[in-house]
Design a protein around this ligand. Structure first.
Ligand SMILES: NC(=O)c1ccc[n+]([C@@H]2O[C@H](COP(=O)([O-])OP(=O)(O)OC[C@H]3O[C@@H](n4cnc5c(N)ncnc54)[C@H](O)[C@@H]3O)[C@@H](O)[C@H]2O)c1
Length: 419
């Protein structure tokens, strides 16, 4: 088998700093947009966070139609309705302002408003038609209000399919926003539990990308267009994700302890975006593959600190619960990178004979910031293990990035150790 020799790095233009969100109108205009479909969520719309951004875009001379998705993570229905509203608005550009839920909804609205089709047409196979967009989307500017998902720089959108009891996504390079405006002041009011859940998501993006199978061990694609979106660990992605791990180590505990700490908020926003750039090219693996059945199979837990009554396991927590067990499994296979990740996270040297230093540092961080540490806490028991394993096995796109081969036995071990 001939193997890959070319590594790639795709990313949008980025502006980072207090007030960056108020420059959205300028960027939309430069992209030729005259009428903007502004996608946020209902909680953020009520919170008053959106009004100054909307006013600034209007002051720049653009028409704005505001659309708020239901608070909570996107479902097939909520994304379909957002796309229909975008088509009806007559907009020629989309501005997403919110956490990953609003940003992913914005990307999908732009996809369907540009190229038509039904939502299922575009969803990854086998649940959807995996249709390929024939060209770029109408311009999308993304303004994150959480520091976690990196959606502002990635080429995917994630949604829950309640009828299939599974989360899945739409992935194509054209889904990557044109511009990311990262304004840490927007996160000053983010409650501690959401800061923690989204912050741990950013860390896992970074460290899963860092420990992914090296791109040079993957098959050479038949053409540039056939290269997978997630190509494995590679030198340019490493630069972004290693810095992201160190930034999380310095800033996440601080941001959770004191939400008004602007230095910590700015550090976490840079960490999340840097991690998004890295994982958006390199990929993620076992904890993310396990998160999809944890989030999709049961809706039995009300996450403390999240607005509304919805029962669900927020994405960052769904990833974090199995992550220590997943890293205990892979660390012996990637000892140098695991050690380096532990050093970046803790700021302290790690002994060469220490083969679970990263898993320990991660478990400590997860406990320190108050996240659940077992699947039992969010409603699962031993009887659910077969379904959880089967759900994670469906995520072959992610498991292909694991540094070790992963089958049912490995996944069963990870879930069992997380009970
Ligand atoms: N596209 C990607 O690359 C990608 C990557 C990882 C995760 N995701 C997806 O993103 C979603 C999760 O996104 P998230 O973790 O950002 O959470 P979220 O967008 O669901 O927001 C969580 C809660 O925080 C509130 N909130 C957001 N910003 C706030 C602020 N500044 N102040 C106060 N409250 C605020 C929201 O109203 C919501 O109730 C999941 O669906 C997940 O699967 C996407």
């Amino acid at each position: 088998m001939s193997t890959e020799r070319i590594s790639v790095l795709h990313m949008p233009s980025i502006a980072l700093g207090p007030g960056a969100s108020l420059e959205a109108g300028h960027h939309l205009q430069a992209l030729g947009v005259t009428r903007v479909f502004l996608v946020t969520d209902e909680f953020l719309q009520r919170s008053g966070l959106i009004a100054p951004i909307e006013a600034a875009v209007r002051a720049d001379g653009l028409d704005v139609v505001v659309y708020a998705v239901p608070t909570g993570e996107p479902t097939e229905n909520s994304m379909r309705e957002a796309a229909e509203a975008c088509v009806a608005s007559g907009a020629d550009g989309v501005l997403g302002v919110g956490g990953g839920s609003a940003l992913d909804s914005a990307k999908v609205a732009a996809l369907i408003a540009t190229h038509g089709g039904t939502l299922r047409d575009w969803i990854n196979a086998p649940l959807g038609g995996a249709r390929v967009p024939p060209g770029p989307l109408m311009p999308v500017v993304a303004v994150p209000t959480t520091s976690g998902t990196g959606s502002e720089v990635t080429a995917v959108a994630v949604l829950d399919l309640p009828s299939d009891k599974v989360k899945t996504g739409i992935a194509h390079p054209f889904l990557r926003p044109n511009i990311a405006l990262c304004d840490p002041e927007l996160t000053l009011g983010l409650p501690a539990p959401i800061t923690a859940a989204s912050g741990i998501d950013a860390l896992l993006h970074a460290v899963e990308a860092y420990t992914s199978i090296p791109y040079t061990q993957r098959p050479k694609p038949a053409s540039a267009g056939a290269r997978p979106n997630y190509q494995g660990a590679a030198p340019m992605a490493d630069i972004w994700v290693s810095e992201a791990i160190a930034l999380v180590g310095k800033h996440l505990r601080r941001a959770v302890a004191d939400g008004s700490d602007i230095e910590a908020r700015e550090g976490m926003m840079l960490a999340a975006t840097a991690a998004g750039i890295g994982f958006g090219n390199a990929g993620v693996h076992i904890p993310h593959a396990c998160s999809y059945p944890i989030a999709g199979l049961k809706h039995a837990w009300s996450p403390p600190g999240y607005p509304g009554e919805a029962k669900f396991v927020p994405h960052g927590l769904a990833c974090a619960i199995t992550a220590p067990a997943a890293f205990r499994l892979i660390e012996p296979a990637v000892p140098e990178r695991s050690r380096r990740a532990a050093e970046l996270l803790t700021g302290a040297p790690v002994d060469v004979d220490d083969h679970d230093a990263f898993a320990r540092a991660l478990a400590q961080l997860i406990a320190d910031i108050g996240c659940p540490t077992t699947i039992t806490e969010v409603g699962y028991s031993e009887a659910d293990l077969p379904d959880l394993v089967a759900g994670a096995m469906l995520q072959q796109r992610l498991l292909a990035c694991s540094p070790i081969p992963v089958g049912e036995a490995e996944l069963e071990r990870v879930f069992r150790e997380s009970l």
